[in-house]
Design a protein around this ligand. Structure first.
Ligand code: ADQ
Length: 490
């Protein structure tokens, strides 16, 4: 195998030399971040496969013969020429093709537009928008760069699956380059209500970008409904009975594909002795455990969850010294000012609650501002009496499903926000309105006092739902729709 640089696409490695035959349907996955992390190990750069999220969801599709993942590998700027070539060789062996982005592009495309504008818009947070928005030209340029790299690797018959809000323009840009390609686009975040989405001056241009796809996937019916409402207002088109629309002489499928987790794998790992032993250690102090696991993101509802816990301790003082909240928050998007402000807000709330209620032998909120390894995550899921998943808005929320999948002991209660996509499926959770602090405090009390029969009944129903609709079903459902999309054209 030879690794060579293509002019104009500095980090693109050719993977054509060992590719399978032309007839085989290959899958090209495209996402902003590659499912790898490059770090220095013993003085040499090493590319490691990431775990969790999309990396896990698409692992088997990616490792199919000919599978290729295209995306940004993180900045390689600090590496020497030799180390960079070494990393590119490692990435090639992992069947990933890097798209190189400059520091300035990352700042504008990723930090400013994707995370500073599109993320808050998709999570109903108009108040978090910058007063003046610039940088759409850079967003377009970066999407063009992705399109170039995909086109470089594309061969007739390939399926191209584009992921998420960072790449909303990519389907149309690809369609221009490869008119006959089968292109899918999956929106991992909510498509917002058009009243909110239409505040963006570039609303039509973004939707036109998505419409370059043959199949557009959403987690829930509600998000697809928002999208079709936007289509009606922008183009006067209606979705037909078979969930397709006609646009620009083509048909586009609008599908519902709720993402999930590898339920069987989680259940197996959560039952290993290492995990069950640590659960006994965690439980030894006889206090009940409420658990929150989130990226530290303002959409995840951490402040109101804390206030609800504070209310629980105020309205039901019998829980003092008998219950604790473990909140694990993985640092996220520290380059965006709204996230830095948010971090300070959470720090202050934790301090206030602990200052008010702690005793020499009890601290009500255990706050961990870091990611935790998979084994610890599973131990926490298995130990929790009550899992708190209370986002203000969430596309799906995989934490809720990971918790359910890990509870092969059929114990634990899930409190779930009605504004998480997962609430459309996990009907046997205790469903709450995340804006209703007092209601959430009562839900905590209810969950802590729920009898064993009711807990078991709910958990069994939740587990049946998650195992019947796991991540493999999500992945194959989307790919089947994409393969079938051609049949509808004409
Ligand atoms: P996210 O907003 O990142 O994903 P989520 O679906 O909850 O949210 O996934 C988070 C993942 O990170 C989970 O796998 C979880 O285990 C892990 N994680 C979270 N906190 C952690 C911690 N402190 N330590 C270790 N691991 C942690 C986006 C959308 C979601 C959608 C997914 C997939 O915002 O709505 O469900 O994509 O489509």
């Amino acid at each position: 195998m030879t690794v060579h640089f293509r002019p104009g696409h500095s980090d693109t490695v050719s993977l054509t030399d060992e590719a399978p035959s032309r007839e085989r349907e290959r899958l090209l996955i495209v996402s902003n971040r590659l499912p790898v992390t490059v770090a220095m190990k013993d003085g040499a750069p090493s590319a490691q496969r990431s775990v969790g999220g999309l990396a896990t969801a698409l692992r088997s599709a990616h490792t199919e013969p000919g599978g290729l993942w295209i995306g940004w590998p993180g900045s390689l700027d600090s590496l020497t020429e030799r180390d960079r070539a070494d990393v590119l060789r490692q990435l090639h062996a992992m069947r990933v093709a890097p798209v190189s982005l400059s520091r300035k592009e990352i700042k504008v495309f990723y930090d400013h537009i994707a995370n500073g504008v599109l993320w808050p818009i998709c999570h109903d947070r108009l108040d978090s928008l910058p007063l003046r928005i610039t940088g759409w030209d850079v967003y377009e340029r970066v999407n063009e760069r992705f399109a170039d790299v995909v086109a470089d690797h594309y061969r007739p018959g390939d399926l191209v699956w584009v992921h998420d809000y960072q790449l909303m323009r990519l389907p149309a840009l690809l369609r221009k380059r490869i008119p006959e390609a089968r292109i899918g686009f999956f929106m991992h975040v909510p498509f917002p209500n058009p009243e909110i989405f239409f505040t963006l001056p570039v609303r039509k241009w973004l939707v036109e970008g998505m419409l370059g796809a043959d199949v557009i996937g959403f987690h829930t019916r509600r998000f697809r409904g928002h999208f079709t409402a936007a289509l009606r207002r922008l183009f006067g088109i209606e979705m037909e009975a078979d969930a397709t629309i006609r646009h620009d002489g083509r048909r586009v499928d609008l599908g519902i594909f709720p993402i999930s987790v590898d339920a069987a794998d989680i259940a197996r790992r959560a039952s290993e002795r290492e995990i069950t032993n640590s659960v006994l250690d965690f439980r030894s102090n006889a206090q009940r455990l409420l658990l929150g696991i989130d990226r530290l993101d303002y959409s995840k509802g951490i402040p109101r969850r804390m206030l609800a816990f504070e209310r629980l301790l105020t309205d039901h003082p019998e829980w003092r010294e008998r219950v604790r909240l473990v909140q694990v928050a993985v640092p996220s998007r520290g380059n965006v000012s709204a996230y830095r402000r948010f971090r300070r807000e959470v720090d202050a709330l934790v301090g206030r609650i602990n200052g008010q209620f702690a005793t020499p032998t009890w601290v009500p909120v255990h706050y961990m501002y870091r990611g935790v390894p998979q084994t610890q995550l599973l131990s926490l899921y298995r130990t929790a009496d009550v899992m708190l998943v209370t986002p203000m808005r969430d596309g799906m929320n995989l934490v809720a499903k990971e918790f359910v999948a890990s509870r092969s002991d059929e114990e634990g209660v899930l409190i779930l926000s009605e504004l998480a996509g997962a609430a459309d499926e996990l009907l046997d959770a205790v469903i709450v309105n995340p804006y209703d602090v007092d209601g959430m405090a009562e839900a905590m009390h209810l969950a802590l006092t729920m009898d064993a029969g009711e807990r078991g009944r709910r958990m069994r129903a939740l587990r049946a739902q998650v195992s019947a609709n796991d991540v493999h079903r999500w992945c194959s459902g989307f790919l089947e729709a994409l393969k079938g999309s051609r049949a509808k054209i004409g």
